[in-house]
Ligand binder design. Sequence first.
Ligand SMILES: Cc1cc2nc3c(=O)[nH]c(=O)nc-3n(C[C@H](O)[C@H](O)[C@H](O)COP(=O)(O)O)c2cc1C
Length: 420
Amino acid sequence: MKCVDDFRLRLGRHELVPIVIGGMGVDISTAELALEAARLGGVGHISDAMVPTVADRRFKTHFVKEKLKQYKYNVANDDKSGVKFDLARLAEATQMHVGRTMEAKRGSGLILINCMEKLTMNAPKETLRVRLHSALDAGIDGITLAAGLHLGSFALIEDHPRFRDAKLGIIVSSLRALQLFLKKSARTGRLPDYVVIEGPLAGGHLGFGMDWAKFDLVTIVAEIRAWLAAEQLDIPLIPAGGIFTGGDAATFLDNGAAAVQVATRFTVSKECGLPDDVKQEYYKAGEDDIEVNGISPTGYPMRMLKNSPAIGDGIRPNCEAYGYILDANGNCQYIQAYNREVAAHPDAKKIRVWDKTCLCTQMRNFELWTCGHYTYRLKDTTRRLPDDSYALLSAEHIFDDYRFSKGDAIALPAIQEPAP
Ligand SMILES: Cc1cc2nc3c(=O)[nH]c(=O)nc-3n(C[C@H](O)[C@H](O)[C@H](O)COP(=O)(O)O)c2cc1C
C-alpha cells in the first residue's frame, strides 16, 4: 500500500512533498500555518482576503481605521459607490503581509497566496491588479487564482518582471472553467504551472450551484485529465475537497494527481487563525450541523456550521471600514437585504437578516464558521482532554499524518503526560 511520501510534486526546479495546504480567508490560513508547510517541504498558502485588516492585527498598523476615518461621513448612506480603496495603501498592506511571511520562510517548500476574484472591492480590475503585483513585488513564491474565472488575471500581470518565473495556478471546479481560462489567457503565451481541481466537498465558497451534491471530485479530475491529454497539455493537477486521510491522498496521487490540496484537517491546528473556542466548535460538529447555504453576498454557495453566529445576524453594513465585496458599482447583496429588513421593521432596535450575511465583518470577526464537508470527522483525529475538550494538533502532526499514514489510518497525537 502506498503513502503520500512515495510521491513528489515537481514544479519547475522544485521537488516538493505533494501536500498543499489550501488558502483559507480571512487569515484562517495564517503565515504561521503556511510557514510550517514550507518548512516541512510542502506547499502552504496565505490568503489575500482583507489584507489591510489582517495587517492591522499582525503588525499593529491602522489601515482600517484610516479608511473608516476618510469615509465616516458615508456610514449612514445606502450608496457606497464612493467608498474606494486607496491603492497605494492596499499595496503597502499586501507587501507587508507577504514580505514579512517570505522573510520568515525556512525549508525547501513553497508559500503561495490565494487570490479571490470575487473580492471586487468597488474597483475590481484596479484592486486585483494591485493585489497581484504587490504580492509578486514582495517575493511570494506563487499565486493561486481562486473564487472566479480569472479570465483577465494573467493579462493584469503579464508586464510584471516575475510573470514567467513565479508559480501561477488556478482553482477550477469544472473542465469548462479551465477551458475558458486557458482560452482567455492564451494571448499571454503562458500556461498555469498547476491547476487545483476543487470538488463539492471543500470548505469556503463552492464553484457549484446548490446542486453541488450531484458532482464528484474523482469524475471531474478524470474529465480534466483526459481533455488535457487529448490537447497534449502537461499541467500538474491538484485535486481538493474531502481528501481527509493520507490514504485518500495516496489514491489520488497513484491515479496521476501531482499533489493534493487540503484544508479542513488544518482548521484544528494550533497554527490556524481561528480562535481556540471556534476550533472546539469544529471538533464538536456532527454531520447534521453542517450546511451549504446561499447567504454569501458573492452569490456562490458556501459551506458552514449551522450554529455560526453570522447566520441571521442583522448588523449594519460596514463598507466604510471594509467593503471587499462591493461590486464595480458599489453594490453588495447584503446591503440590499439589510435595507429591506430595516424598511420592514422601522421601530426594531435589532433586526435579523436571514438570506444574506455581511461577509466582510463576519469573516473578519470569525463569526462565520466555514468548513469542509468532513468537518464532522475531525473529532476522530485527536484525543479528548480531561476537561472534555479536544486537543488541538500541531500542523506538523497533521502534515505528517497525511504524508506517512496508509489506508484509512489516522495518527492520533501522543498522549500528554499530566504535569507533576
Ligand atoms: C475554513 C476554510 C476557509 C476556506 N477559505 C478559502 C478561501 O478563502 N479561498 C479559497 O480559494 N478556498 C478556501 N477554502 C478551500 C480550501 O482552500 C481547500 O481547497 C478545500 O477546503 C480543500 O478541501 P478540504 O477542506 O476538504 O480538505 C477554505 C476552506 C476552509 C476549510
